[in-house]
Design a protein around this ligand. Sequence first.
Ligand SMILES: Cc1cc2nc3c(=O)[nH]c(=O)nc-3n(C[C@H](O)[C@H](O)[C@H](O)COP(=O)(O)OP(=O)(O)OC[C@H]3O[C@@H](n4cnc5c(N)ncnc54)[C@H](O)[C@@H]3O)c2cc1C
Length: 541
Amino acid sequence: MDHTKTQSPVAVIGNGPVGQTTALLLARWGVPVLLLDDRPERDLVGSKAICQQRDVLDIWASVGVGQQIATEGVSWRTARTFYHDQEVFSYTMPEVGSSPFPAFVNISQSRTEKLLDDQIAKQPLIDARWSHHVTGLTQDSSGVQLECQTPSGVKHLNASHAVVCAGSRGRDLRKTLGVTFEGRSFDDHFLICDIETDMPGWSNERRFYFDPAWNPGRQVLVHPCPDSTFRIDWQVPSDYDLEAEERSGALDERIRKIIGDKPYRIVWNSVYRFHARLTDRFRVGRVLLAGDCAHIVAPFGARGLNSGAADAENAAWKIAFVRHGWADEELLESYHDERRAAAIENLEITNATMDFLVPQDEAGWKKRRSILERAAHDESARAEVNSGRLCEPFWYTESALTTPNPTHPFAGRPARGQAPSAGPGVLLPDIPVSAKGQAPRRLHEYARDGWLFLVAPGADMAAVHAAAAGCGAPAKVLAIDAVDIRGSLAQALASRAGEVWLVRPDAYVAAVLDRPDAAALDAALQNARGRGRTKVGAATV
Ligand SMILES: Cc1cc2nc3c(=O)[nH]c(=O)nc-3n(C[C@H](O)[C@H](O)[C@H](O)COP(=O)(O)OP(=O)(O)OC[C@H]3O[C@@H](n4cnc5c(N)ncnc54)[C@H](O)[C@@H]3O)c2cc1C
């Protein structure tokens, strides 16, 4: 794509996985990027995130790495839960829809970062600079000005916009921007070891142990990873000393209690304290905050990097549309509204998990014991066992960019592993379709090229084509009955005669309109571009 209107780059501050994803997505929209990081180079030692969700693989597929991550990762669908040494229940995640990606894959964050780096190296629009510690950030109506400490002295760089992906270490930048980062930190610590060993029976399932005899009163989580590696995560007291355990041989004993006397190699280990924090502003004028810099959650449920990648996609299409003149600057305010709402949901869910894993008082411990004791034989108690609710996409049903339709209401979160019914604010089902004379493509691939209009029989096709041609941005019109090669699209949408579905560039449905005329199509497009939104504390530049 070559739609660049202004030549100054967008600065992405932080070359972690969220910054990498943001940079690649912006470049995909034809936007030049300055990708800055204070580290001297990528240090691939260790790993944090392992568990990546289907819709994030889809985002990464749009920049050329999702399929490789999915292929290299271990896909698992069975989750087993134990209390003491007894299995109390297990569940297998159902396959949802026709996405080419598994529900989750496990792969080390360091491998994901390496694959994203390889893609960045091929992208001429990304200028990645290490050893650039951003120490100053100001902005005015012309753009953003950065001050960087580098080995060759202080450098001043200009950008049209900035996305701050500086992770949990972004405190000084948050301070410069005048935003808060309120929340709490959890007392207990977590010892995490990636261990290479041979445990074939464990290689495609996740195991969660509450109060095993070998970690009494606390829990242990075991996840399979590629190359016969297992992520073992022990909850440990706040005064836990990893070096002392390594020296005394207690770490070896700890590991042997799980894997027996098999040979093993520690690939990586570390001790973490988890936090739950959120910034009050995701947008300050021309600057957006994304990933761990904007929100940090405990990792049970894998909602950190997965939600950071969703931030990246939301930020990238909106900045690209503003820069290309396809939307006004006010579209950026919807980034704050939408992604802060997503972060609040993630915090609520992960905090509930932490409260179950680490009860704050004796009453909480008593309740937890009772639930776990009943879970082996009582279905309702199982539903209360909270070992982490796995990441799902956030639904923009309440967003001002979404035009609601009472005939396609949002029925709330579906049961674990099930897709919600399609409708305004929900991700479009990812179904392969075939436009006339073209090879089959997934609907999400079409959506990511601009606005997508899906038109049911009986709608005014000429009005839709006119709206697409006049919207001033890339747009594609597909007649549902013409492209529905498997006959599954109309069924997945539950679309009715005369309907027009307007889909955003991140594959979320913006509107479902019933026999719309030009004015109704225009109104839905205006909403989706942020022009119809009620301003909620809009930031000033
Ligand atoms: C033990 C553990 C397990 C986890 N498991 C999962 C999981 O299974 N799934 C999941 O989705 N998430 C998981 N997470 C969360 C995930 O690791 C983070 O959400 C993710 O690393 C955030 O990426 P980021 O790019 O926002 O920040 P980071 O990875 O922290 O990157 C920030 C970058 O910004 C740079 N930087 C900082 N300040 C500046 C500055 N002033 N100037 C220039 N550069 C700067 C830093 O050098 C760094 O490279 C886990 C986390 C932990 C700790």
